[in-house]
Every structure is written in C-alpha cells, then in structure tokens.
Design a protein around this ligand. Structure first.
Ligand code: SF4
Length: 372
C-alpha cells in the first residue's frame, strides 16, 4: 500500500471500519488478563481507571486487589473515613484521586440512591471525574460512545496520522480528541477504547514499537513513511525545581509527634513529621527546629541526624534531612497542619504517610519511655 492511499483510507467510513475490526480482533486475542476486565461492574472499572491515571498497571495491581478487598462495594467506600481510604492509597501518589473518589462515593450513596450514573454528563459532575475517567467508565461499563484520550492513545494517534501537535501540550488535547472520536467504534466503544489503550501499552510503545506485528500498520502513516521515531512530538519538559527540606521526629515520653496536612493540595490529608523548606543561608538543623516551632508551637532540640533521603515528585524533587529530636517545651499550637497526634512507633502503620516519609520510617527506632 502506498502512503497516499493510507491517508485517504482513514477518512473513508469503510476503512475506518476495517481499522476498528482489525484492532479489536487483535485485542480480543492479545489483551492482558486484568482483574478489572473480569466483568462490567462500573465500580471496579472506575477504581481501576482512577488508579491507572499516571500510574503503570504493575504498580496498580496490588493496590486494586487490596482496595477491592477492603471496600468491596461503593457503599463500603462511602461509609469509610478518609484516613482509611488514604491508608489504602498510601504510596500510590496523586492523593487527590483518592480524596475525590471517596467524596464521589459519598455523594452517590447520599444523593443518587447508591447508583453510579449511567450517563456521561451526570457522571462528570462528580468530584474527580474529568473527560478521561468519564469516557473510560461510561464506554466500558455502559457502552456509551465516548472516546478515551490518554497517553497511550495519543501515541497511537500521533503515529497513525503523523500528528505534528505536541502530545504533551494541553492545547493539543482537543486536536487528538477529534481524531479519537472519528476512529471510535460507536457500536462497541468500550472494547474499542480498551483496544486502543492496549495497543499503545503493548505494541505501539514509546521505545521499540512492534510495527511488524501491529494489526493496524497498513493504516499507519508514520510506519508507511518510515517516520515512527519522529512521533509523537513533544515539547521539552521544564526542568523540575529541587528543594531542601528538614523534618524532625520529635519524641516525648516514648511517643512521636505527627501532624496531618490540610485536606486540599499536594499530599492533602496525609500524616507527616513536622518540617519544611530551608530558608536561604539556613542550615538543615536550624530549619528543622524553626519549622517544628512554626508548625506546632513546640520547642524541640536535635539529638541526632537520622538520615538524608531523596525523592522525586512530578513537578519537583526534594532532598530531606531527617533528625531525631527531643521535645523540650510548649503546648501544641497548630499553624498549617489540621491535626496532630503523639503516637507509639508500633502504631505508625495505622496512618497514611507520603512516600518520602515511608523511605525513612523503617529507620526510626523504638525508644523506651524513660529514655526520652
Ligand atoms: S504501525 Fe507501529 S507506529 Fe504505527 S500504530 Fe502500529 S505499532 Fe504504532
């Protein structure tokens, strides 16, 4: 087939149908066996799609199993407190996903008779449901004709159509959406959407795409013109800033002081050890003592340096110096955190912490009451 024909073909109804059939046939044979594909339960599908945003399947799998085990139904999720939900999400990142999902479950239980809306526009009114989650859940669980556009789908579309718009530029999204809508199989949108995503995940990968076994290579403009490596185009990501943080494990009578972050924003609702960014020309121990005082009102003294950890978030990275501290004086006056607790080390697993904290928590040693 020559390139000119291929371009022409994907504008013709019959050839779009051929593309759909070939893709879906491949998917039916090659799809991965995944627990959320076992049935069309919208609750399971919704959980999986929320977890899979920005996260790989292999990372999601154990979280999915634990979550469904702990909250088998939407009602069980709605009944739970947010702290328990965040604990189940601990380490998965992007905690706004868990907070919104929990909020949505409460709304559905209270206001919608416990039934997940079988309507794209109603469903999209729920917290955390944007175009992607809306299209994925509504097409897969209910068969509604909305095309999904995630990173995998964009990569396939960019190559099939040689789309020059950068795939990672927000303003390109509608452009990709138009192509996705045009290709969507409206008779079985759920299967087609999953097939597109699976093609991007298994064959049309970022590196070394398997074009020779691709079911839609005959329609792929990049493949036919030997330009696969040029797509998708991307704008250069900005350099992420790096911050130096100091945090203190403050001990009093054998207990440790932990504080809870406010519910909104980064890592919202999680627990942590008090601390914060170093000021210009400030050293880590001074910043640690200052931050503990500013956030909690407590005066503490540094006993020893526990460790230094490094952690990368999506938009910045941190170096965190962690200190063992001794409580000296002062009642708790919170400024920033919304809650605090003095806990025994053995109880630490009951609370959800950010991943950066999880890196040093195993290094914290139990101290006898009479020691500190
Ligand atoms: S032929 Fe290659 S580049 Fe084109 S869709 Fe298939 S795997 Fe992707």
């Amino acid at each position: 087939m020559v390139l000119k024909d291929a371009l022409f073909n994907l504008k013709q109804h019959t050839d779009i149908c051929r593309f759909q059939k070939k893709l879906v046939k491949w998917y039916q044979t090659h799809q991965r066996k995944l627990p959320w594909r076992e049935n069309l339960d919208p609750y399971r599908i919704w959980i999986s799609e929320v977890m899979l945003q920005q996260t790989q399947v292999k990372t999601v799998l154990p979280y999915f199993f634990n979550f469904i085990d702990r909250f088998p139904t939407l009602h069980d999720l709605a009944k739970s407190d947010l702290g328990t939900v965040l604990k189940m999400w601990e380490g998965l990142g992007y905690y706004a996903r868990a907070r919104n999902f929990h909020k949505a479950a409460v709304i559905i239980t209270k206001d919608l008779n416990g039934t997940i809306p079988d309507n794209f526009y109603q469903f999209k009114k729920l917290p955390g449901v944007g175009d992607y989650i809306g299209a994925a859940v509504q097409s897969i669980a209910f068969g509604h004709p909305f095309a999904v556009v995630d990173g995998n789908v964009k990569r396939v579309l960019a190559r099939v159509h040689c789309i020059k718009h950068p795939a990672n530029k927000p303003s390109s999204h509608n452009y990709f959406k138009k192509y996705a809508d045009r290709l969507l199989d409206k008779n079985d949108p759920g299967t087609f959407n999953q097939a597109m995503m699976e093609l991007g995940a298994l064959l049309c990968t970022h590196r070394n795409p398997q074009c020779n076994t691709c079911p839609v290579s005959e329609f792929c403009k990049a493949f036919l013109s030997d330009k696969v490596a040029r797509y998708p185009r991307r704008i250069k990501a900005k350099k992420v800033p790096a911050y130096h943080i100091a945090a203190g494990i403050v001990r009093k009578n054998g207990k440790l002081l932990i504080t809870r972050r406010k519910l909104e924003g980064l890592l919202g609702g999680l627990w942590e050890f008090p601390g914060g960014k170093l000021k210009k020309h400030e050293n880590a121990p001074s910043a640690c003592i200052r931050e503990i005082r500013e956030e909690t009102g407590v005066t503490a003294r540094i006993e020893s340096h526990l460790t230094t950890i490094h952690h990368a978030y999506t938009h910045f990275k941190i170096q965190m110096d962690v200190f063992n501290c001794k409580y000296i004086s002062g009642p708790i006056h919170l400024n920033g955190p919304i809650d605090f607790k003095w806990i025994r080390l053995k109880d630490i697993d009951k609370f959800a912490f950010p991943k950066a904290n999880l890196k040093f928590i195993p290094m914290i040693e139990e101290v006898r009451d009479d020691h500190i």
